[in-house]
Design a protein around this ligand. Sequence first.
Ligand code: NAD
Length: 481
Amino acid sequence: MNQLQQGITHWTNYINGEWVDSEQTIKVENPATGDLVGTIACASLEQVDEAVSAARECHNLRLMAGMAPYERMQLLHTIAAGIRALAIRGGQLLCLENGKPLTNAVWEFEEAARYFEYYAGMADKIEGKSIPLGDGLVDFTEYEPFGVSAQVIPWNFPVSLVARSLAPALAAGNSVVIKSPELTPLAVALLAQAMANAKVPKGAVNILCGYGYDTGAALVAHSDIDQIVFTGSVATGQAIMKAATEHVVPCVMELGGKSAGVVFADANIDQVISSAEVGNLFNAGQVCSAMSRLIVHESIYEDVKQRLITRFAGKSVGAGMDEADVTPILTKAQLDKIAAMCVRAKEQGANCLLGGTPVSRAGYFMPPTIIEAQANTDIAQQEVFGPVLVLMKFNTEEQAYTLANGTEFGLVAGVFTQNISLGLRASRALVAGQVFVNEWFAGGISTPFGGVGKSGFGREKGQEALYNYVRTKNIAIRLTP
Ligand code: NAD
């Protein structure tokens, strides 16, 4: 799978059940130090072709699709156990390449294992319907796997997000080609070991690394894929949707967000502050469903603001290996972008209450940042993908909804109130795929997740997501009299 080269580990791709190297190599850096963590083979266009052919062959031979559902269930349980066995080693690798706290990195492997267990439980329950058409006819539906599922993964939760799409795809009987993120591909390459150990049929799971503009683009434009699942930025999602039109390939799009929490006058402020802390600072804000805006009733605005500043100012900034509260931004380019967005916010009249400039030290660190801004500023409209919270105030309920719904995104939203009727009314008024009440990031593997507007379409997680990976076939039979 990998060999030691000058003290660092070189990883290869996993195609048709084999570890395959390439001529071109991608270097993977530790964002906390700038040091090299490892290298990985960058799949060539021919290797993309080989991976898709292997997946097609696996599907044509019905190695996954024709497997008895209970065997698929057992296979997924074996994969889950294999992933769990890799958690400590994999977590250390993920912590180094991604920068996240070590405990969270180890947890990603646990979460990945749980995805496989969850969808293992569904593998033998993918049942169709019988449709009455009167005497002389029998009609029923069956769910069949698409065939070859192409899955493109971002870098922020690479292990968990691979599992989120791979587990239901396999449970439904598909073969899969995964394009891992070029910035954090190593822990995902390790996941392939769990596939090999579980004796996943040849070609059922292929894991390739490469750059988006060539390896990723070649995969999603391939004429022999049947489905695309993309998780990442809006711009890449748009490019992939264009590629998908060529061969009329269905897509699931899990894109970015600019999610808002709405804090009503009767909210429990302790809950608000704790939720803002986890919602905005978890993974240094590099989370699609981060709380990036907090819209607070004017009667409690000053109190919330002061308490947020105190709480955020007390957070440690440092490496994931040191379990710091706020870990690094993945790249220098992204750190510079965040800093530039903060400068632009001030130029547009926003008031920076805390942070706003990168921490001067090795690695790429942005301190917790709180900015009071008007709704029409760029900082209040665009995804930052960093530890930057935008504060806004409202007076009437209508105003709160207008502000919260006033971006082109709609991934998640939050409501803080002690009034259950208001909480429910607000949940319905907020335009988002998921609404948290008096918490942030509630839910988990079993709760459907996905966006509206530019946050995308389709739902991952939960029972519902399994149906992304199957298509309905209706069979109508006329009986002989
Ligand atoms: P990105 O769009 O830059 O890259 C995502 C993946 O797409 C990478 O593997 C990349 O190599 C690949 N890619 C890039 N161009 C491509 C192309 N033309 N064709 C095919 N593949 C291509 O996103 P990122 O920076 O890795 O991730 C951050 C973004 O992802 C944020 O916007 C975040 O909100 C979003 N995200 C969404 C979810 C969700 O579930 N909705 C989860 C995590 C991250």
